[in-house]
Write a protein that binds this ligand. Structure first.
Ligand code: CP
Ligand code: NVA
Length: 314
């Protein structure tokens, strides 16, 4: 049983719940359904008669709209539960919420603060659970990023992806991907903002990818296929409130045209969004011809559709 399997019910909690072959087949499925939807065809309705329950303990634009729209376009109905609706772990225990929602719904998506809340939903629920971001990781985002790199660079295998910024939940999912899929991943962050050390060590020890942690952006980006950014303060409790003192630590880590010049002409820009333009990346980079950010945002829906098709056995 993989970490995402709970009593025979597969969930999607970490990218390395699946192996490289499964990721390839998921990406193929995502492309296939993306093309079908782009053609205007609306006859593929595998989620007809099914409901997706979406729990959000944090705000969202992309995750909420891409899951709801994607599930609807494939024939199903999605239900949104916002931060004030159920009070995950406050008004009611997570393990009780998991069992109640499993009585009504075919699949659950959750965005939580504590990663343990997500794990509890999967352990106590009896339907598949999809991770829509926790303080620890964000696997749906990196599956969408993988699809975007495949589209923009021809393939994902062996590509050099240099993340510049805070060693956060996005980085953790890149490390999870690198543990099962051959890429060259570099997390370039200020000292003290490194990703989880044990996850980094496990990703390196898998021997599948080249995985590095660097503190020198101009050196790290040389030959990169992708420079990847994210906010310097995440939605994790308290980070946004740290404000200026936190941002000062990132001096020299802004993604700007000088950094792209150091990388080389092949390099493209990605960002999970939302972005704080002028902080972690400049407007110029964001709006440049080498920016993939909106293609990347669209691919959230296609990657997630493929994930849900797999989990629901469609
Ligand atoms: N990238 C992402 O997850 O965006 P939202 O926070 O808007 O869902
Ligand atoms: N690291 C960011 C990602 C947002 C999609 C956050 O957790 O706020």
């Amino acid at each position: 049983m993989t970490p995402g399997d709970v009593e025979g019910t597969a969930s999607f909690l970490h990218i390395n719940d699946w192996d490289g072959a499964k990721i390839d087949s998921l990406l193929d499925r995502a492309s296939e359904v993306k093309a079908l939807l782009a053609s205007g065809d609306r006859t593929f309705r595998p989620f007809e008669g099914k409901t997706l329950c979406m729990i959000f303990a944090k705000p969202s634009l992309r995750t909420r709209v891409s899951f709801e729209t994607g599930f609807h376009l494939l024939g199903g109905h999605a239900i949104y539960l916002g931060p004030k609706d159920i009070g995950l772990g406050g008004r009611e225990e997570t393990r009780d919420i998991a069992r109640v929602l499993s009585r009504f719904n075919d699949i659950i998506m959750a965005r939580t603060f504590a990663h343990q809340d997500l794990l509890d939903l999967a352990v106590y629920g009896s339907v598949p659970v999809v991770n829509g971001l926790t303080d620890f990781n964000h696997p749906c985002q990196i599956m969408a990023d993988a699809l975007t790199i495949q589209e923009a660079c021809g393939e994902l295998r062996g590509k050099k992806i240099v993340y510049v910024g805070d060693g956060n939940n996005i980085v953790h999912s890149w490390l999870e991907l690198a543990a099962v899929y051959p890429i060259h991943f570099v997390c370039c962050c200020p000292r003290g903002f490194e990703p989880d050390a044990s996850l980094t060590a496990r990703s390196q020890a898998s021997g599948i990818s080249t995985v590095e942690v660097s503190h020198d952006p101009a050196v790290a980006v040389k030959g990169a296929d992708i420079i990847y950014g994210d906010v310097w303060a995440s939605m994790n409790a308290g980070q946004k409130e740290e404000g200026r003192s936190r941002y000062m630590a990132f001096d020299g880590f802004q993604i700007n045209t000088d950094l792209f010049a150091a990388a080389g002409p092949q390099c493209k820009f990605m960002h999970c969004l939302p972005a704080e333009r002028g902080l972690e990346c400049t407007d110029e980079v964001f709006e440049s011809e080498f920016s993939l950010v909106f293609q990347e945002a669209e691919n959230r829906m296609h990657a997630q559709n493929a994930i849900m098709l797999e989990l629901l056995g469609c």
